[in-house]
Write a protein that binds this ligand. Structure first.
Ligand code: SAM
Ligand code: SF4
Length: 325
């Protein structure tokens, strides 16, 4: 690898995006992610904010331009908005975004905006309080909806991530899509991945859902302009302020354009979501040169594609809450 294309993997893909889990703790108990208490990473093993900043600085020097803060629930870790501010100041960084379940979004909204957050993904699978309780174990639906409205009013770009499951919330796509009708919110439907507890859930295929939408909205048109950090395919529906996106995580053929690596809360760099393989950033010592070597190694180890269609090949045995999604 020459210096200019140092973060190009063995398949010619340019890697410029790092998803960073800052905690494996969560204030919800979503059935497909963390339905029950599971062993937590001891607090002393979780990367400090200084270590995360050091990783991001090294990553930016290697050409990584975009960071996503995830978890667990990132907003349960004290200081998350400040961390976003620090990462935003790293030379070369174009964008730092956040994925949250929305429960604490209102509480930290002003701070997040102050620290330069411009875009947030809120995970929301239902608009029915009883189904929300069934999926997440919480009565927080109205709070999440209120916080989404406040985030839009504060000028943030808001994307809703919805995972549909058969016999749980598969009938709710139309209601969820309604959030994109009058507000500039994108609603994205993500296929359930057979990771951890997700293996037990009945996924709704993106292609089938798209067919239903097309029937209801025949004038729906695919957006031609590329946008976002990843695999979502977006469509415009006449009369809607926001767009609808499909992230066909299992059946979509998007690995050819994969641009990312992931880092767990204790500093394991993951080349691909479906495999357990990782490079431990701490093992080598968290100095700039060693971090860069670890990042390059993770990029080198990226496989050509995931193996979700053939479950036997999946070697990732952690839960999504331990990885970051
Ligand atoms: N707590 C935050 C949240 O819920 O947005 C961030 C972490 S969560 C692990 C990130 C995303 O992963 C959420 O949108 C969640 O719905 C999704 N997710 C969790 N398990 C999944 C699975 N098995 N398949 C697909 N998406 C999953
Ligand atoms: Fe927590 Fe997000 Fe997982 Fe739900 S999806 S349990 S909110 S980490």
């Amino acid at each position: 690898m020459g210096r200019a294309d140092i973060l190009t993997d063995g398949y010619g893909r340019r890697i410029d995006y790092l998803r960073i889990s800052i905690t494996d703790r969560c204030n919800l108990r979503c059935g497909y992610c963390m339905p029950e208490d599971i062993p937590l990473v001891p607090a002393e093993e979780i990367l400090t904010f200084e270590e995360i900043e050091a990783v991001c600085t090294a990553a930016a020097e290697l050409g990584i331009r975009k960071f996503k803060i995830t978890g667990g629930e990132p907003l349960v870790r004290r200081g998350c908005p400040k961390l976003i501010g620090r990462l935003n100041k790293i030379p070369g960084v174009k964008q730092v975004t956040l994925t949250t379940n929305g429960i604490l979004l209102g509480k930290y909204l002003d701070e997040l905006v102050f620290h330069g957050l411009r875009s947030v993904n809120v995970s929301l699978d239902t608009l029915k309080p009883e189904v929300y309780r069934e999926i997440t174990g919480s009565d927080g639906l109205s709070l999440v909806l209120e916080n989404i409205g406040r985030a839009v009013d504060a000028g943030l770009q808001v994307k809703i991530n919805s995972v549909l499951q058969k016999k749980v919330n598969d009938g709710e796509w139309e209601a969820l899509l309604g959030l994109a009708k009058d507000q500039k919110i994108d609603v994205r439907f993500i296929e359930m991945m057979p990771i951890g507890y997700g293996k037990k859930c009945e996924a709704v295929k993106g292609s089938g859902l798209q067919a239903k939408l097309r029937e209801k909205y025949p004038l729906m048109e695919r957006e031609t302009q590329a946008r976002g950090n990843g695999p979502a395919v977006y469509y415009r529906i006449p009369g809607f302020s926001g767009s609808v996106g499909f992230i066909s995580a299992v059946h979509g053929q998007f690995c050819d354009s994969c641009n990312r690596i992931r880092m767990t809360a204790k500093g394991e760099l993951k080349p691909c979501l479906s495999y357990g393989d990782s490079v431990d950033i701490r093992a080598a010592g968290v100095t700039a040169d060693r971090i860069k070597e670890a990042i390059k190694e993770a990029v080198r180890r990226k496989p050509g594609g995931h193996c979700f269609a053939h479950r036997d090949g999946i070697t990732e045995d952690r839960q999504m809450v331990q990885i970051g999604g």
